[in-house]
Design a protein around this ligand. Sequence first.
Ligand code: ZN
Length: 241
Amino acid sequence: MKYAVISDVHANLDALLAVLKDIREKKIKKNIFLGDAVGYGPEPDECVDVLKTECSVMLAGNHDWAVLGLTEIEHFNPIAKEAILWAREKISRETISILKTLSISKEIEDKKILLVHSTPKEPEKWHYLLTLWDAEINFHCFDNRICLLGHSHYPLIIERLPSGEMSTHRNSAKLSAENRYIVNVGSVGQPRDGDPRACYAIIDEEFVNIYRVQYDVEKTQGKMRSYGLPEPLIERLKRGL
Ligand code: ZN
């Protein structure tokens, strides 16, 4: 078992291609995508097309559902909503038909690993897992050893001992057979942890590692401006916030 795990591409093709190149250089053969292919960025069709070709497992996220009209966008902030409305106009029928086939969670590796975009608890409600208290609640909502997720755009590894004690790891963790894990793999296309580089994870039997990859942010920003996407979405890519 060895997977590259990517999430929250958000129609940022330059970031996606940079990450896939990095994965190829590391000789990883299997890619998993945890959802939010579209929303925010300038190239939704291209990203969905590349993800479909490159990933053996693909989930849907809340932005994918929002574009399909499967989730309400009233609770989206006005800027995210504007980007969703733009994407609905822009994306092709082919992209829509691909997004419609995606589920929002999946078990792999003989149920050892749970994949979900948001949280094991009520994945269709798109909760955020941000604190250790959120983690504690969620550890009781799945029985797989490892849960890989995205959604918050904030990479983090949470380890839970059989005693219930928890610890967090920022960039890497050695996986112990007795412990359970929730791994947020961060965001490829719109990191929010103050580091603008694209983010993804590699997991095998023994380790999980978070990687950062430089990409041409200005190029993506130029494409977004040419489509008239909201300026705060363009500007935040540079800051990674
Ligand atoms: Zn997202």
